[in-house]
Ligand binder design. Structure first.
Ligand SMILES: [Zn+2]
Length: 248
């Protein structure tokens, strides 16, 4: 909210609590610095403008264009990888959230002060590591087994990437162009199904084996490729045995 003080200067009230931690304090100072030269016409209605286009109107296509053109960060390169038309929206959105650090794992909830004081922030599967996004989706022994099985399925020999961003962008040598396209589908569906298995375990006490998740991942990707006309539905056996043969 903006108000005008007795000297006629504008004052910003962000409606924040009085006690902020060091990180939030820095964010507020940065925000105030960005607003230092902003003057508002208090008699006009507020409106939202997209400054990157001439007509000041936002569209998803414009947003993607600006991110791709800016090329400032690895995360922007992920745009092309994540927004794959073969991947259902809710799974692509989850993939994007994972890359952006927006998945509400315990570490994130703790950072946002959303966990009760003294609440356990450890991974529910291994109970030994803080449940971070990279731990949950990649490095927890349970998840690691999923990825190891997937690498083995594709006969890939590699060191486990360190982060969800790294594995999303990984270019595995030895894969043909079409095989790489298929492999691109594996990341989002794996993240999504690992997350569902985690939630089922955490909230319903229902344990799902990593092997069943691997089978589910294989079937999901196969279905997407069948729906897109990239493989034939009767090729399921080949898909399970030698997927790269089907796609080269
Ligand atoms: Zn774990």
């Amino acid at each position: 909210m903006v108000s005008v003080n007795s000297q006629g200067d504008m004052e910003w009230d962000f409606g924040l609590p009085n006690s902020l931690d060091e990180y939030d304090e820095r964010q507020v100072l940065t925000l105030k610095y960005l607003f230092r030269d902003v003057s508002l016409d208090l008699d006009k209605e507020d409106s939202i403008l997209w400054v990157h286009s001439v007509n000041k109107v936002y569209s998803v296509a414009e947003g993607v264009r600006v991110m791709l053109e800016s090329n400032l960060d690895t995360e922007f390169v992920c745009v092309k990888v994540v927004w794959n038309k073969l991947v259902p929206s809710k799974i692509a959105i989850f993939h994007w959230l994972a890359i952006q650090g927006g998945v509400p794992v315990k570490e994130t909830l703790s950072f946002r002060h959303c966990l009760r004081d003294g609440a356990d922030d450890k991974c529910g599967w291994c109970s030994s590591q803080v449940e971070s996004i990279d731990h949950l989706l990649l490095h927890c022994p349970w998840s690691y087994n999923v990825w190891s099985a997937l690498f083995s399925w594709w006969k890939l020999v590699c060191v486990m990437p360190s982060s969800v961003v790294e594995i999303s962008l990984a270019c595995f040598h030895g894969l043909g162009v079409k095989a790489k396209e298929a492999w691109r589908l594996i990341c989002p569906v794996s993240f999504w199904l690992i997350w569902l298995a985690r939630n089922n375990f955490l909230f319903n006490g229902s344990y799902q084996s990593w092997k069943s998740v691997v089978e589910h991942i294989k079937i999901k990707v196969f279905q997407w490729l069948v729906n897109a006309g990239k493989v034939e539905s009767f090729h399921l056996y080949v898909w399970n045995a030698q997927p790269w043969m089907l796609l080269k």
